[in-house]
Design a binder for this molecule. Structure first.
Ligand SMILES: [Zn+2]
Length: 268
């Protein structure tokens, strides 16, 4: 499943071929993914120039000179493919540019989505309205305020989109490990110093993953290039029963219906 670093890598890859380009052709090859494509998608995007790209939580943003933003989500299995020699069954949306580039949004499981939103109304778009700050924009005082007095586990709170947007289970586990914070600790009881360490850790684990994904970018323009997936290595995530660097053993528990991986020796 694409997490925030994959979405960021995808957006950077798309920016290379879309930024400043005019969209010359739009083809929806089916009516929907998770929900219907906007009926006027082709009409609003054809002829529009892409003015910039961005990301909010796990959504990619393609801004146009018509004050529209195409908002896409990769769901469980989505990816963009650039200039593939031939179309595949699950290439559900095609965009062509005035440079002759063809982009295909491929999504076998169809949990992804595509929407068109007025650019100046993005903050009020229902999926964005309640989102907390981006993980790279976390402010110490603000996070402290959001966690203050909370008795819920820090792991569960960091997974809440209203507290931090789009962090994702993997990176919550890795950041807590790096900051030495036990995942069951009450959010409001994390000390001043360790909260500072946590903010640094969140930025680091995401930046490292984006860097790892960036190294796959050089391949994306090849005929088999696909944006969105790359392998990463983790300190605790998905490593139940395996040794931690400290000599202890990584444990798995379930919190809020999701697996948490942590080291009981390193995290207090
Ligand atoms: Zn350890």
């Amino acid at each position: 499943m694409p997490e925030l670093p994959e979405v960021e890598t995808t957006v950077r890859g798309l920016a290379r071929v879309l930024e400043g380009r005019r969209i010359t052709r739009v083809e929806a090859r089916r009516a929907d993914l998770r929900h219907a494509f906007p009926k006027d998608l082709g009409q609003r995007l054809t002829g529009a120039r892409v003015t910039g790209l961005g990301r909010r939580a796990k959504y990619g943003l393609i801004h146009t000179d018509r004050d529209d933003t195409m908002v896409f989500h990769l769901g469980m299995s989505g990816s963009w493919r650039i200039d593939h020699a031939k179309l595949e069954k699950h290439d559900h949306l095609l965009l062509e540019t005035d440079a002759g580039t063809r982009l295909a949004l491929n999504d076998p499981r169809r949990f992804g989505s595509v929407d068109l939103v007025a650019t100046d109304e993005l903050d009020d778009w229902p999926a964005f309205r309640a989102l907390g700050p981006e993980p790279f924009d976390l402010d110490f005082r603000d996070l402290q305020k959001r966690l203050s007095g909370r008795t819920a586990a820090i792991k569960v709170l960091l997974s809440d989109q209203r507290i931090v947007a789009g962090l994702g289970n993997i990176y919550v586990c890795e950041a807590l490990y790096r900051a030495g914070i036990h995942p069951k600790r009450a959010g409001g009881s994390v000390s001043f110093d360790r909260l500072k360490r946590l903010i640094v850790a969140i930025g680091e684990v995401l930046a490292e993953a984006i860097e790892a994904g960036g190294s796959t970018l050089k391949d994306f323009a090849s005929p088999d290039g696909e944006l969105g997936y790359f392998s990463k290595s983790f300190a605790v995530y998905d490593r139940e029963g395996q040794p931690c660097r400290c000599g202890g053993m990584v444990k798995r528990i379930v919190q809020g219906g999701r697996s948490t991986f942590y080291c009981p020796k390193c995290q207090r």
